[in-house]
Write a new protein. Structure first.
Length: 65
């Protein structure tokens, strides 16, 4: 059973969030739905965070690729 992606709190250290998201620090931004951190910018940007994508579409995968 796959684990549901967790929201990354905006108070998280800005050095740790890119490690969890698998991106560069400048690609991190806020999810417009929950204000959690997400890979908002760059070539593999996802405007909604993984948790909101799964909440919006239960068949969606939490990570890209």
């Amino acid at each position: 059973m796959d684990e549901m992606p967790q929201r990354i709190d905006p108070s998280m250290d800005r050095g740790a969030a890119p490690l969890l998201l698998g991106c560069l620090p400048e690609e991190v931004g806020f999810c417009p739905r929950c204000q959690g951190l997400t890979r908002r910018y760059g070539p593999k940007a996802q405007v909604l965070c993984p948790a909101c994508r799964v909440a919006a579409d239960p068949n969606a995968k939490g990570s890209s690729g």
